[in-house]
Ligand binder design. Structure first.
Ligand code: SF4
Length: 209
């Protein structure tokens, strides 16, 4: 059974463990309103962890929640929200964890940071983010818009552009899509990843990590 351990500061789960990875719950805010997201389906719970945050944890709280960086295979910036909405906190925490000797730092993202910040933010990741996992979610814009309900126009193309840029600054870029969602063609998603020259990971509905 997977080792699981939550770090609650007050009533908040700021860090939690799945297998040998430590997850940091960066924010509950999102750029998307995915139809399949637990929080839009009446639940904030992921693998028994209640991830709802009524306020965002500070950089110091995230560092504390990371614990002993040598204890984990990787530390992952995520949340039931979009970590890059707190880009500068993520960058600060990543740099500090790196200084402590964190072996691997991964960012889970919707890939919309360039659109949100109005600039290419991917060079900011160089040196401190080892891997990025981008939610591609769909093989075309129409399906993406229906499933992810983005708040910003042009999100799908912006996400694809983000992936292209991230390849230059992050050693490992993986794109993901969830098998089992209506209208999602997993093989077509895999082909997009191949065309972009990045790895594809098929996710299964309801399984996190
Ligand atoms: S990006 Fe993630 S957290 Fe945000 S709405 Fe979609 S599934 Fe939920």
């Amino acid at each position: 059974m997977a080792a699981q351990e939550a770090s609650a500061l007050g009533e908040r789960v700021v860090g939690y463990t799945l297998r040998d990875s430590r997850y940091l719950n960066v924010t509950s805010r999102c750029t998307l309103r995915c139809t399949f997201c637990p929080k839009f389906n009446g639940s904030w719970t992921v693998q028994d962890f209640d991830l709802r945050l009524r306020s965002d944890p500070s950089a110091d709280e995230l560092i504390e929640a990371a614990g002993d960086v040598h204890a984990w295979r990787e530390i992952v910036f995520c949340g039931l929200g979009e970590p890059t909405l707190r880009l500068y906190t993520v960058l600060e925490v990543a740099a500090r964890l790196r200084k402590q000797g964190a072996p691997r730092l991964r960012l889970n993202t919707d890939g919309l940071a360039n659109l949100v910040y109005g600039r290419d933010v991917t060079p900011d990741f160089e040196g401190n983010i080892d891997a990025i996992s981008v939610s591609l979610n769909a093989q075309d814009e129409e399906t993406y818009n229906r499933l992810c309900r983005p708040s910003l126009p042009g999100s799908y193309q912006a996400m694809l552009d983000f992936i292209r840029h991230a390849r230059d600054y992050v050693p490992e870029v993986v794109v993901t899509a969830i098998d089992g969602l209506p209208g999602v063609d997993i093989e077509a998603c895999r082909e997009i990843a191949e065309r972009l020259g990045v790895r594809f990971r098929r996710r299964v509905l309801g399984v996190v990590g």
